[in-house]
Design a protein around this ligand. Structure first.
Ligand code: SAH
Length: 220
């Protein structure tokens, strides 16, 4: 899967991709991450990507439409293919969830993230995107962290990115078997008088599964 970030801070995305599982997935060619800066498409010496809003008020600067739209066009190539998805990051629209991550991982070969900064974007950019997504009811400084969250949630579901097989889909939070994660333990068996529940040491798989189900159902 290819993931393109349209951002005026490409370094944020590039640095993030240098570590951990994402960097390994890139090395193993499971994913390809690209950045495009809207500044490439400006025509003035200052490479201006923002301007004050029509209608006034003190709501700060707005990202200009032309550089963003040119960046989207560069990302899609001449004709946008059906397996390309363009997502605009915004705090006020639909909230991203696991179900969407599964759909993205299964359905698309290229995801393009359009990351805002300042007080957001000229509304005309919305015409050029497929989806407007938020990662939660709070306001970030920019769309990059939100887009990277969606990248992580989606990329870890692609074959070969994490080698946990079936457990990944079924057993974790928001998977099919249990709604939320159950409590997990690893060595040591006792730590500062806190013990691992006996059932987990019993080797009785059916009972362990029953216990986990009970724990995950009551967690929320
Ligand atoms: N004034 C805007 C907020 C701008 S924040 C408003 O009131 O809605 C600047 C940029 O950060 C946004 O354009 C968006 O791309 C990104 N952003 C901020 N919070 C976000 C969130 N919760 N989810 C996704 N993107 C977010």
């Amino acid at each position: 899967m290819k993931l393109t970030f349209i951002t005026i801070f490409p370094g944020l995305v590039e640095d993030f991709c240098k570590e951990a599982l994402i960097s390994r997935a890139i090395k193993n060619k499971k994913i390809l991450v690209k950045t495009i800066s809207p500044r490439e498409f400006t025509t003035d010496v200052h490479q201006t990507v923002d301007d004050s809003p029509y209608g006034g008020g003190n709501c700060g600067m707005i990202m200009k439409a032309p550089p963003l739209i040119s960046a989207i066009r560069k990302a899609t190539g001449r004709k946008k293919s059906a397996d390309t998805l363009i997502i605009l990051l915004t705090p006020s629209k639909k909230i991203f969830n696991q179900k969407m991550a599964v759909k993205f991982a299964n359905k698309y070969k290229h995801i393009i993230f359009v990351c805002g900064r300042y007080e957001g974007m000229d509304a005309r950019v919305e015409k050029f995107v497929d989806l407007k997504l938020s990662i939660g009811e709070f306001v970030l400084m920019g769309g990059e962290v939100a887009a990277l969250a969606i990248l992580e949630a989606t990329a870890r579901l692609l074959p070969g990115v994490i080698n946990h097989g079936e457990s990944l889909i079924h057993e974790e939070s928001y998977g099919q078997k249990f709604y939320l994660e159950y409590p997990k333990y690893t060595r040591p068996e006792v730590f500062e008088k806190m013990k691992v529940p006996k059932i987990l040491l019993s080797g009785h798989h059916a009972k362990i599964e029953e216990w986990r189900k009970g724990k995950s159902a009551t967690k929320k």
